[in-house]
Design a protein around this ligand. Structure first.
Ligand SMILES: NC(=O)c1ccc[n+]([C@@H]2O[C@H](COP(=O)([O-])OP(=O)(O)OC[C@H]3O[C@@H](n4cnc5c(N)ncnc54)[C@H](O)[C@@H]3O)[C@@H](O)[C@H]2O)c1
Length: 255
C-alpha cells in the first residue's frame, strides 16, 4: 500500500529541510521525483543522491510565486515523465512579526510563498491528475494554522494567516476533485529542525523550554519524523482519505 514504484512525485521547496527529506522518502519508496525550488545547485546535488537510489530525479529551478516559471516547470516535468501522480506542496517561508510590526511587503511574502505558490503549482498539476483520474496532493500547512504562541520569538501573524489559508484551500480542492480520484490533504508539522527554524526557534532557549514543557513527548520533531505521514497521504494507503488535516507535533497542540 505504501509502495510508490513507477509513480511520479513533484516536490516544491525540495532544496532543503522537510522537502528534501520527503523527496528522499519518495525515492526510497520507488517514485521518480521532480525537484522544484529556486536553488538549482542544491537541487542538482539532491538529484544525484536520488539517482543513486535507482530512481529518476529531475531538478527544475522554479520560484513558485511566478506563474510563468511554474507553468514552464510543470510542462517540463510532464515532458520528462509523461504524468504526475503526487504533488507535495511544501515550499514555504516563516516571516516573523505581528500586525503591529509587519510591513506590507513582509505580509505579502508570507501569503505569496505559502498560499499563492500552492495555488499556482496546483493550477498546473491538477488538470493532468483530472485527466489521468488519479492524484495525491499533500499540502504542508503548520500546527500554527490552529495554535499561536505569545512568546516574541514566535510571533508570526502573516505565517499564521497563510497556514490557515492552506487548510481552506485544501478543503476546497478535496471537495472538488474527489470525483476524479484525487485526494487532497494537509499536514500540520510542529517544530522540526530545518533552515527555517535552526537559527531562530532552535536558538531560543526560552522557546525550546516552552515547547518541551507543552509537548507530551518532551522534544521537537526529529529529521525524518514527518515523512511517514507524507508517505501515507501520498500513497494508496490513504486512498479513501481526503480533506483531512493531520497534525504531527508530538501532541504539543493538545496541552
Ligand atoms: N520546520 C518546522 O518546524 C515547520 C513547522 C511547520 C511547518 N513547516 C513548513 O514546512 C515546509 C518546509 O519548511 P522547512 O522547515 O523544511 O524549511 P526550509 O526553509 O528548509 O524549506 C523551505 C523550502 O521552500 C523553498 N522556498 C521558499 N520560497 C520559495 C519560492 N518562492 N519558490 C520555490 N521554493 C521556495 C526554500 O528554498 C526551501 O527549500 C514549509 O511550508 C514550512 O512552513 C515547517
Amino acid at each position: 500500500m505504501f509502495d510508490l514504484a513507477g509513480k511520479v512525485a513533484v516536490v516544491t521547496g525540495a532544496s532543503s529541510g522537510l522537502g528534501a527529506d520527503s523527496a528522499r522518502a519518495y525515492a526510497k519508496s520507488g517514485a521518480n521525483v521532480a525537484l522544484l525550488a529556486r536553488r538549482k545547485d542544491r537541487l542538482d546535488e539532491l538529484a544525484a543522491e536520488l539517482s543513486d537510489m535507482g530512481v529518476k530525479a529531475f531538478p527544475v529551478q522554479c520560484d513558485v510565486t511566478d506563474e510563468t516559471q511554474v507553468k514552464n516547470a510543470i510542462a517540463s516535468v510532464i515532458k520528462e515523465f509523461g504524468r504526475i501522480d503526487i504533488l507535495l506542496n511544501n515550499a514555504g517561508a516563516a516571516v516573523r512579526g505581528g500586525v503591529h510590526t509587519l510591513t506590507e511587503e513582509e505580509w505579502d511574502k508570507s501569503m505569496n510563498i505559502n498560499v499563492k505558490g500552492m495555488f499556482l503549482v496546483s493550477k498546473y498539476v491538477i488538470p493532468h491528475m483530472m485527466e489521468q483520474k488519479y492524484g495525491k496532493v499533500v499540502n504542508i500547512s503548520s500546527v500554527n494554522a490552529r495554535v499561536a504562541d505569545k512568546l516574541d520569538v514566535f510571533i508570526r501573524h502573516g505565517y499564521n494567516a497563510s497556514k490557515s489559508a492552506v487548510l481552506g484551500l485544501s478543503l476546497g480542492m478535496a471537495a472538488s476533485y474527489g470525483k476524479y480520484n484525487i485526494t487532497v490533504n494537509s499536514i500540520g508539522p510542529g517544530l522540526f529542525e530545518s533552515e527555517m527554524t535552526k537559527d531562530t526557534l532552535f536558538k531560543s532557549e526560552e522557546f525550546l523550554k516552552g515547547y518541551s514543557a507543552h509537548c507530551p513527548m518532551d522534544r521537537p520533531g526529529k529529521r525524518g519524523e514527518l515523512t511517514g505521514t507524507v508517505l501515507y497521504l501520498s500513497s494508496d494507503a490513504s486512498s479513501y482519505v481526503t480533506g483531512q488535516y493531520i497534525i504531527v507535533d508530538g501532541g504539543t497542540s493538545l496541552v
